[in-house]
Design a protein around this ligand. Sequence first.
Ligand code: PLP
Length: 390
Amino acid sequence: MRSADRLKSIPPYPFMELRKKIGQARADGIDVISLAIGDPVEPTPQPVIEELARTAADPANHRYPTDEEKGMLAFRQAVARWYAKRYGVDVDPATEVLGLIGSKEGCHHFVLARVNHGETVLMTDPGYPAYRASILIGGGEPVSIPIRPEQGYLPVLADIPSDVARKATAMFVCYPNNPTGAVATPTFLRELVDFAHQYDVAVCYDNPYVEIVFDGERPLSFLSVPGAKDVGVELNSLSKPFNMTGWRIGMVVGNKDLIAAISQVKENTDSGVFNAIQYAGIAAMERCGEEIGHMLGIYAKRRALVLDTLRSVGIDYKPARGTFYLWVPVPNGMSSLEFTTLLFEKARVVVAAGTAYGKYGEGFVRFSLTVPDDRLVEAMERIRKAMGKG
Ligand SMILES: Cc1ncc(COP(=O)(O)O)c(C=O)c1O
C-alpha cells in the first residue's frame, strides 16, 4: 500500500532506528548498554501513581476529557500555580494554558496551528529531530540555524539573513538544549523576543528540560521575559522532571491566540488527556516538587562519573549546565559515526551520533544519563578498556 508523499521527506526517527539496533543486538545475546536515549529509569513518584489509581476508579473520569476544551480547569490552574512558583510567570489558566499529550505532541500541533503550506520554519542545528518532522508533516519548510560551541550553542539571531527571517513564520527554540545541554540567558531570550517581533515569527519555546539544570543554574522560562507572551508559547512537560515519559502529559503556556489555535487542532484530533492522568499530573506538581532535587542529585553523580571517565581517556571538555545529556567531542579526529561504531563494537555501549541531530552535530556524540547507576559504572569501565586505559 502506498503511503502519502509527505512522509517521503521525513528521515526515519533516529531513536526508533536505535531501538531496533539495540533490540537486534540483545536478541543475538550481546549485553548492550544503551546511553543513547533520554528516558528516566527511576519510577514515577508514589503520590502520582496513587492519585492515578484513585481517580481512575471514578466513572466520571472514564468519559471523553473534552468537556472543558483546553483540558481540565483544575490541571490548567495547577500549571498556572507551578509557573508562578517555579518561574515567576503569571498566566491565566482560562486562556493561556492548554494540557498536552507531552511536549512532542505540542511541537506537531503548534505547526498545524500556525504554519501555512510552504512557509519557512526556523529550527536550530543540532536540534531535536521531531521539529523537522513536525514542520514537514505540517507542510512547512524547515530552515536550520547553526548553533556552535563558540557561542554557547545559542543561535546568533543577527546572522540569520533578513530574507530568510522575513519568510519565516515560526521558530523552534529549546534551552536547556537537547542535544547540547546548553542553557539560555535572559539576554538571549530578550533578543529572541525582539527578533520575533521584528519579523512576526511565532516562537515555539520547547522547554521540557527546564528543571534539569546543574552547577547553580536556575530554571528559566521563556515567558519570564517581558513581551514573550506576545510572540510565542512555551511547551513544558511532566515527562522529565517527574520520571513520567510513559504517562504522556505536558502543557503549552503563553500567547492566547496561539493556544486557542492549538486547542482547535486538538479538539479535532485527539480529544485531550485522560482525566485521571491530568489529576496525577496535578499531584506531581503540587506534591512532588522535592523529587526533582532528588533526581538532580542522582544525575549530578552520574555526570561526574562520565566526565571523570572521559577525562581519563583523554576527552577533556567543559560540559554545559542543562539536561541529563552530555554532548561530548569526539576524540582523535574521528567522525561521530566512527566513534559510536567504535564504542558499540569494542565496548558494547550505544551512544547517539551527533549527526542524528543535524549536520552541525558532526564531531560530537550524546551520552544520556538515564541509565541505572550499576549499568553506568559498567559502561564506563568498558569504555576505559576499549580506549586502552582499562
Ligand atoms: C527537546 C525535546 N522536546 C520534547 C520532547 C518530548 O517530550 P514529551 O515526553 O513531553 O513529549 C523531548 C524528549 O526527549 C525532547 O528532547
